[in-house]
Design a protein around this ligand. Structure first.
Ligand code: SF4
Length: 432
């Protein structure tokens, strides 16, 4: 049988090509080569796209400071989808990132009407305990939006740069939308940008691992960060084709522009409202001077956040995973034997009869059991490739696969829940 063996082909990246074309998200393929030991989500193309991840590889490969940030809205059970984001945060923390995890209780309160008490209970007992059990280290930061003065203050500042039309275009707000809901959208941008505040070491690259549907938040935040900065740097060309940078500001005091023109080692020319920089061939050092002056004059100097985009697992019964359909997902806190039974009832890519399966082979691309292996249950690439090949060649039967996936799910949940018990006694190490 002539067959293309590609164990990652279950990932139909074409579905996401719109994101590449319309919104300028870059394919992640090129980035993987820059990373010494990529996470399996990267090498398996589960993370398929990024914005400015080159800033993160540069920081990782040259021991420069960077951060990773993501958040969870406390609304229900912590499940395998959340585990993906948690693993991405923890992996970046292990690569040297200052790691931030926000519990979006303001959002849950404003959007879902969840009481503060419930937000706190779900935030800790579902999300935070699993995050710690999965390996988040105490040198990172876990916080609730409602308790972080920095996030709340920054959200207020950012809201002065966000207007109703922009927010309603992104989030579909109407005249009926309450103001708290709007503020919670801007609070998400504050979550993303606050690791760059002075108290956390100032401006630096930051990566936000998100699902592919979250890009609007990233676009909004990049735009707001840009608007907040005191200076804007624009690449220009004079009439003779010579390139130069123009650093402009409507808000900077005159002394800030003067200071800037004196500190830049390249040839500069000071004008009203802008400084032109000629022969600057090191953009990074130019940025550093600009950021220093911005901070010294009490301004902001945000580096636009980078992001990675992962695709989603389908529901166990096909279609989308949905929190209102418990059969469609595995929660990290559910009873392991019950979860194993769900996996045994999952939709596969098998044929109707054994004969057909042997003759035609199965379709791992359409199989939620295969997705469980790919995303969570098989770390060894060779083992995964073998499952894929045997399925396609018709030498593997779904009953066997389901039994294996159910057994591993049960084992993983048992172990994870034991680790959760240990994590419950460690909350004070995280300032909680
Ligand atoms: Fe899925 Fe395994 Fe059946 Fe193939 S053999 S369709 S991978 S359950």
């Amino acid at each position: 049988m002539n067959m293309k063996i590609d164990p990652w082909s279950a990932l139909n990246i074409d579905d996401y090509s719109k994101l590449f074309d319309e919104f300028g998200i870059q394919p992640f393929d090129d980035m993987v080569r820059e990373i010494e030991n990529p996470h399996k989500f990267m090498s398996r193309k589960i993370i398929f796209g990024h914005r400015n991840y080159d800033r993160i590889t540069d920081a990782m490969n040259n021991n420069k400071p960077f951060s990773v940030m993501s958040g969870f809205m406390p609304s229900g059970k912590v499940h395998l989808g959340h585990k993906m984001v948690m693993e991405e945060i923890i992996w970046h923390q292990q690569q040297g990132a200052d790691a931030f995890v926000g519990i979006a209780d303001r959002e849950s309160h404003a959007v879902r009407g969840m009481s503060w008490e419930k937000c706190s209970d779900i935030g800790i007992n579902e999300y935070i305990i699993s995050l710690i059990a999965l390996g988040f280290e105490p040198n990172g930061h876990i916080y609730f939006q409602s308790k972080s003065e920095q996030v709340k203050d920054l959200a207020f500042e950012l809201s002065s740069k966000a207007n109703y039309s922009e927010l309603s275009a992104i989030y579909g707000f109407t005249g009926e939308t309450n103001v708290a809901h709007m503020l919670s959208a801007v609070t998400q941008s504050a979550d993303i940008l606050h690791p760059q505040l002075e108290e956390y070491g100032g401006p630096k690259p930051a990566v936000i691992p998100v699902g592919s549907d979250q890009d609007p938040h990233i676009r909004l935040t990049r735009g707001l960060g840009h608007k907040m900065n005191m200076f804007k740097i624009e690449g220009r060309e004079d009439k003779d084709g010579n390139k130069y940078f123009s650093i402009r500001s409507k808000a900077a005091p005159e002394e800030a522009l003067k200071e800037l023109s004196q500190r830049i080692p390249d040839k500069t020319k000071l004008f009203e409202g802008h400084v032109d920089v000629f022969s600057a061939d090191n953009f990074e050092s130019l940025m550093k001077v600009v950021q220093d002056v911005e901070l010294e004059f009490g301004g902001y100097a945000f580096v636009p956040p980078s992001s990675t985009y992962h695709r989603f697992m389908s529901g166990l019964q096909g279609g989308k995973m949905s929190s209102s359909v418990p059969e469609s997902y595995i929660s990290l806190t559910e009873e392991p034997k019950g979860a194993a039974k769900k996996v045994k009832r999952a939709k596969t890519g098998g044929r109707i009869t054994l004969e057909e399966q042997k003759k035609l082979g199965g379709e791992p691309e359409k199989c939620s059991v295969y997705e469980m292996f790919l995303f969570h249950l098989v770390d060894d690439d060779e083992e995964l490739a073998q499952i894929y090949t045997e399925c396609r060649e018709g030498t593997r039967m779904c009953g066997h696969c389901k039994a294996l996936a159910a057994e591993r799910t049960e084992k993983f949940l048992k172990e994870h829940q034991e680790l959760r018990e240990v994590a419950k006694d460690r909350l004070d190490e995280y300032g909680l």
